[in-house]
Design a protein around this ligand. Structure first.
Ligand code: ADP
Ligand code: F6P
Length: 468
């Protein structure tokens, strides 16, 4: 079996089973994938150093070998806070109003990608498969090629891919996308993002797409496909049945004193639609005065990317909205929104999900959204909660038996909350059974196997033999 060299911006391994888990879908998925596969996870340590040395810090944590480098403050500013999170993240989530175009960011991005390439190079052996992740590292494959790496290399993008009309607002967009064409496999979360990418490649770069869907790039065939990511179902269910999960469940249940409970769990990110979610709940409380004291929303939102102004703004905005809605609808012994800015161990999260009558997952745009899948996996099949899911999350394609909503419409979300609260047990069970089958079958192992098979050139629509 070939070794897997996984490369992502951040390396995030939970230090112990009980510790607050890695936050973000990528970290959670990669931890499970790497535990199954012999290999190394390379990336930024999250630490800064005065002067970049490329020194590799190797560790073995919880069955995963990691190799990390520290970055200079200017790198962190221009590459991570800059091009990755002020330019590509908002653009890829259709927010050109928040997208900043600064030449220094682009230069920092290329510099750090080159630093990644130099640092990881000595770790790569001839038979290794190289698997690069996410928008931070789009040009890394081409930089590795320039340094002589001949290995099969793949890229998986955890975010959406924007429509061509938005992407062309990015200066040097052709240069960025062309650099991605040195990968052998390019994976997306959904067919929709894949189609946008293929549209760009054929319309803007003028490249032929072959009948089997591969991209013909100067005689090389590049596999571009959707590989919807899943959760580690078995691990999550085990956690959901643990004593810690039960304890967390009982504590939360007791605290709501027989009221209905809705739960949201998201990084504090404007793409997650938290402001719209709070407004929708406020509307529900106004429109249904009879139920106003009977429903609680628990929103867990650990802060994310706090050096970026748009993240500071969303945080302030949510604090204002929470205060406003609680001020209008709270009573002496009741507060409708519980807003919590911290991380929890995954077993505790599982217990919280299970305690909830409704999972409220309403991003404005999301590559996939693993929280929706975790909510389903954590439910009691005899008495399951209802998942309300944004139609704009990648997960909506697989979880079509959730109650799908347009998160921009506070009326629609408010009415759907009412419908979920009133849903008869038989319908809840029926929907949950279908959702569970999808979450269980298309889990993270399935995702990894499919991607790795494509990387080996074994998947449908292959074309690997043409790759030089
Ligand atoms: P994203 O990758 O954009 O953050 P996802 O929903 O795909 O969104 O993944 C988020 C992951 O982070 C989930 O596995 C979720 O359980 C985890 N997570 C989010 N908030 C917390 C928290 N407060 N404590 C622990 N884990 C969290
Ligand atoms: O899944 C999207 C993602 O951007 C991951 O790449 C990342 O690890 C996660 O969200 C958390 O973001 P950050 O590493 O910027 O805290």
């Amino acid at each position: 079996m070939s070794r897997l060299i996984v490369i992502s911006n951040r390396v995030s391994v939970p230090k112990a089973a009980g510790a607050a888990g890695a936050q973000g879908g990528l970290a959670v998925a990669l931890n499970s994938a790497l535990r199954e596969h012999r290999g190394i996870w390379f990336g930024w340590s999250g630490q800064e150093t005065e002067e970049f040395t490329g020194h590799l810090n190797m560790q073995r944590i919880e069955g995963v070998t990691t190799a990390t480098i520290d970055l200079e403050p200017q790198d962190i500013d221009e590459y991570y806070n800059g091009y990755a999170n002020r330019t590509l993240w908002p653009l890829f989530h259709y927010r050109i109003d928040l997208t900043e175009y600064d030449r220094n960011f682009g230069e920092g991005y290329e510099r750090v990608n080159a630093r990644f390439a130099d640092s990881v190079l000595p770790l790569i052996e001839p038979d290794d498969l190289v698997w690069v992740h996410d928008y931070h590292l789009l040009p890394l494959g081409s930089m590795l090629r320039q340094k002589g790496v001949k290995n099969r290399t793949g890229l998986f993008l955890h975010t959406p891919w924007p429509p061509t009309r938005l992407l062309v607002s990015l200066p040097f967009h052709e240069r960025l996308v062309s650099s991605m064409l040195e990968y052998d496999v390019i994976g997306f979360q959904t067919q929709e993002w894949l189609e946008s990418f293929i549209h760009y490649v054929s319309k803007e770069l003028g490249l032929p797409i072959t009948e089997d869907g591969t991209i013909d790039y100067g005689g090389r065939r590049i596999i571009a496909r959707a590989f919807p990511i899943g959760i580690d179902f078995a691990e999550f269910v085990e956690g959901a049945n643990s004593a810690e999960a039960r304890e967390a469940h009982d504590r939360l249940k007791a605290s709501v004193r027989g009221r209905k409970l809705m739960i949201g769990v998201d990084r504090l990110d404007y793409s997650k639609g938290l402001g719209e979610r709070f407004e929708s709940f406020g509307r529900f409380l106004t429109d249904n005065p009879g139920q106003a004291g009977d429903v609680v929303l628990l929103q867990i939102a650990p802060p994310s990317r706090g050096d970026v102004a748009s993240y500071q703004q969303i945080r302030e905005d949510l604090e204002r909205k929470t205060g406003h809605i609680n001020g209008a609808h709270a009573d002496v012994a009741f507060v409708p929104i519980r807003y919590v800015n911290r991380g929890y161990p995954r077993s505790h999260l599982a217990g919280f999900y299970r305690a909830a009558d409704i999972g409220l997952v309403t991003p404005l745009r999301d590559g996939m959204n693993l929280v929706a899948k975790e909510f389903v996996a954590a439910q009691d099949p005899e008495d399951p909660g209802v998942l309300i899911l944004s139609q704009f999350a990648g997960a909506a394609l697989q979880l079509a038996d959730a109650l799908l909503v347009n998160p921009h419409s506070t009326e629609h979300v408010s009415e759907t909350i009412k419908r979920a609260l009133e849903m008869p047990l038989a319908e809840r069970r029926q929907r949950h059974e279908k959702l569970l089958a999808s979450v269980c079958d298309e889990d993270v192992q399935h995702w990894r196997e499919e991607f790795v098979a494509a990387l080996f050139g074994q998947a449908e629509g292959g074309g690997a033999d043409d790759t030089g």
